[in-house]
Each structure stands twice: as C-alpha cells, then as structure tokens.
Unconditional design. Structure first.
Length: 189
C-alpha cells in the first residue's frame, strides 16, 4: 500500500492545498494530511479547528485522512508507515525553502522521499496568508477557498475583533487609563 503524508500549517486550507490533496489521492492509496500544531506561531485557527475544516473540505475523497501532528514532519511518515512526503510547489520563490526542507528531511529519514506536486496554475499565487489578508479587509474570498472555509475565516475574524473590543472596554473601565491606545474600541464607536 502506497501511503503519502502531506504536512503543513493549513491556516486555513486554500483551493491550492485542496488541489494538491486531491491530486495526491489519485497517485497514492492513502494520503494523510498532517496539520502542524506549532506553539511558536499564533495561527488564526486552533489545530483542531484546522483539522475539522480540512476533514469537511475533503469528505468526498475516501482515501484522505486528516490528523494533527507536533514536532518534526518526518515523524508523520514514520508513525503512519508512509514512504513519501508530499509538498506543493507554486513558484521559484518556494523552491529554495522547499529544497532545503526536503534535503533536511532526507538526512533525518533517508527512507522517506519528498514528492513535489506543482500547484495548478490558477492557484499559483494563492496562500493562506493572502486569503487572511484579503479577509481582514473584507475582500471577496470566493476564488481562494470553498465557502465552508471562507465562512469560517470571516466568522473567526469577527469573533477575534469582538474579543479585542470587549478587552478594550474592560481595560478602560477597570484601569481608567485614558490615554491607552485602543484601535478596536475606537473603531466600534
Ligand atoms: O504549510 P507550511 O507552513 O508551508 O508547512 C511547513 C511545514 C509544517 C511542513 C514545516 O514547517 C515543517 O515541516 N515543520 C515541522 C518541523 C520540521 O520538521 N522541520 C524540519 C524540516 S526543515
């Protein structure tokens, strides 16, 4: 059985990621999508939220499984009896980092190969960061990810902004620091 793992942050998954997952699922018997739990970053979504989002978005592909992981990416193929790590390659700008990562992983796990799938042209510009940037400014997200993902992004950004507003309210009333900057509080007024 040919098993591949596809590690990434997926914060959130885009059409580009989904394209790579679907195409990998054609070439491998099983594709395990590993969602990195990285405590040093502050992602928009928790690792479990990202797993849930990806599970929903890939529910029509029976040989795809989504799971969280921590630590090194090479642990994923080891723990799941996989021979291959999949990565998407969008442009030359990805190449240096991806090559270095593949070579490092090869040193750490010589029995595991990295296979690059070139991202479909229509998604070559796309990233989770671009999606979030456009979302923050209220732009149209429909070309970036399916509605179930973009709706989750919009809702999460709204909730995050609400939390910051109420935090600012508490800060003001409790500490009475009048000159404290409070962008979200001002914006809400
Ligand atoms: O979706 P991303 O953020 O491009 O994915 C990057 C990821 C998760 C594949 C990479 O950061 C990673 O493998 N992190 C785990 C730590 C690791 O294995 N580092 C060694 C390879 S350089």
């Amino acid at each position: 059985m040919k098993i591949a793992v596809y590690p990434g942050s997926f914060d959130p998954a885009t059409y580009g990621h989904l394209d790579v997952i679907r195409r990998a699922a054609v070439s491998f018997d099983k594709v395990i999508v590993g969602v990195l739990h990285n405590s040093s970053k502050s992602p928009l979504f928790s690792v479990q939220e990202r797993v849930n989002i990806l599970e929903k978005a890939t529910r029509d592909v029976p040989n795809v499984e989504v799971k969280p992981f921590e630590g090194l990416s090479v642990n994923l193929p080891r723990e799941n009896h996989a021979q291959v790590i999949i990565r998407g390659l969008r442009a030359v700008t990805d190449f240096e980092y991806e090559l270095q990562m593949a070579q490092t992983n090869r040193v750490l796990a010589p029995d595991v190969d990295t296979v690059f799938l070139t991202t479909s042209l229509e998604y070559a510009y796309l990233s989770s960061t671009i999606l979030k940037e456009v979302a923050h400014f209220g732009g149209d997200l429909s070309k970036f990810a399916p509605a179930e993902i973009t709706d989750a992004v919009i809702e999460k950004i709204r909730l995050t902004a609400d939390k910051q507003i109420s935090y600012c309210h508490i800060e003001r009333t409790v500490t009475e620091i009048e000159n404290k900057e409070c962008i979200y509080y001002e914006a809400a007024e």
